[in-house]
Design a protein around this ligand. Structure first.
Ligand code: FEO
Length: 388
């Protein structure tokens, strides 16, 4: 599969379709791509390497596009191993090549590559610095915490291309064609979700540039309708609502809480919620549940009490939301308990540690199984949740 960028900028990345979990925790049913690029000019620059799992394929792509030339620069935008694994090999193979990165990235290199010798071979770049390659000129912009502190992005001035590091990345191999937003959103909230302010800072920098193409480190190269992608990134990084409606997240031990959650979804739909989506936190993908919580306007959580505390799958979900700085939402709570309900108190406590979360009353307590007498309070909670 040939991926065309421009005549002088070549794609040398690789798809990974046999990795069980990305970053040790995210399922990737359609794989992932580790993107890497080569700029051929009077000087030759490699833009990031790839995950060492796909080293052989990357080397083949690089050698093919180099066609006998030798790279002058390796630009390292991000030190995470899915992009930086082959730095030591590349440095060893091309002894005259300079490594271009932020000072922080250069500091991190020996942590990953014991004994790496970069003396006299590094170029630490700062905000706005430029590197002429001939007709092409690279300009560097710092992007700390998108998604690590050492990250920078690179603007190529002549062809108006942004190499965006993890920004605008997406799960899914390039050979697998699919809608962009679904897997880009799951990637964004789970990987960069905590870093809304740094992403906003990066978007402000991009707004000052004339951008014709975005080359991220994962997922498709974006060449058209860039306002759509930038607009979604703006919504996501401001923690704004993308889709009006309610996300019902439940965990259930013996099915009792599941019945309540499904009934609540029905009630919400009947009352005109624009969209209701529901997830079983014990079985569905946690990363998708996190994504849906950020995407939707309102959240309803339902879980049983457990060991005088909260059933662990819900605890895990709320912990994920806290880590990713979930905020600015109205949340309804349903607890279940057979003898001494404790789940509601714990869920309320966890949610109250998040920013601008409004707990919607009434909080409902179900005793073991939903009964006719519970319906009135469930209707009341649905009304309160849907009220503006
Ligand atoms: Fe794709 Fe933060 O690495």
């Amino acid at each position: 599969m040939e991926i065309k960028i421009t005549d002088k900028i070549k794609y040398i990345g690789v798809d990974d379709t046999d990795l069980d979990l990305f970053e040790g925790q995210y399922i990737i049913p359609n794989g992932i791509s580790y993107n890497s690029y080569l700029i051929l000019d009077e000087k030759v620059a490699i833009m990031d390497t790839v995950d060492g799992r796909k080293g052989q394929a990357w080397w083949e792509n690089l050698e093919r596009e180099l066609a006998g030339r030798t790279p002058d620069y390796l630009v390292v935008q991000h030190m995470e191993p899915d992009h930086a694994s082959l730095i030591a090999e590349a440095v060893a193979k091309f002894p005259a090549m300079q490594v271009v990165a932020t000072a922080k990235a250069l500091d991190m290199m020996p942590h990953f590559f014991e004994g790496i010798s970069l003396e006299g071979r590094t170029m630490a770049v700062k905000e706005g610095d430029t590197l002429p390659l001939g007709h092409h000129t690279l300009q560097f912009f710092m992007a700390p915490m998108v998604h690590w502190p050492e990250v920078m992005v690179t603007y190529e001035q002549s062809e108006k291309i942004v190499f965006a590091a993890d920004g605008f990345g997406k799960f899914g191999a390039l050979a697998h064609e699919e809608d962009w937003a679904c897997e880009a959103r799951r990637y964004y909230f789970n990987i960069c979700g905590k870093y809304g302010a740094p992403v906003q800072a990066l978007l402000k920098k991009l707004a000052t540039l004339d951008v014709k193409c975005i080359c991220p480190l994962h997922g498709p190269i974006l060449k058209e309708n860039l306002g759509y992608y930038i607009g979604l990134y703006d919504t996501w990084s401001k923690y704004e609502v993308e889709t009006e409606g309610v996300f019902v997240a439940y965990a259930s031990i013996h099915g009792g809480t599941a019945v309540v959650a499904r009934k609540m979804a029905e009630i919400l739909q009947a009352k005109g919620a624009p969209k209701v989506s529901i997830a079983d936190l014990c079985r569905d993908d946690m990363a998708e549940a996190v994504e849906d919580a950020f995407r939707m306007g309102k959240l309803l959580v339902a879980a049983p009490s457990y060991d005088g505390d909260l059933f662990p799958p819900m605890h895990d979900f709320l912990h994920h939301l806290k880590l990713k700085t979930f905020q600015k939402r109205r949340v309804g709570i349903i607890e279940n308990g057979s003898w001494a309900p404790t789940a509601g108190r714990v869920m309320k406590g966890m949610l109250s540690e998040m920013k601008e979360i409004e707990i919607v009353e009434p909080m409902i307590t179900i005793r073991s199984r939903m009964k006719q007498s519970d319906l009135a309070s469930m209707e009341a909670l649905a009304d309160a949740l849907l009220a503006e």
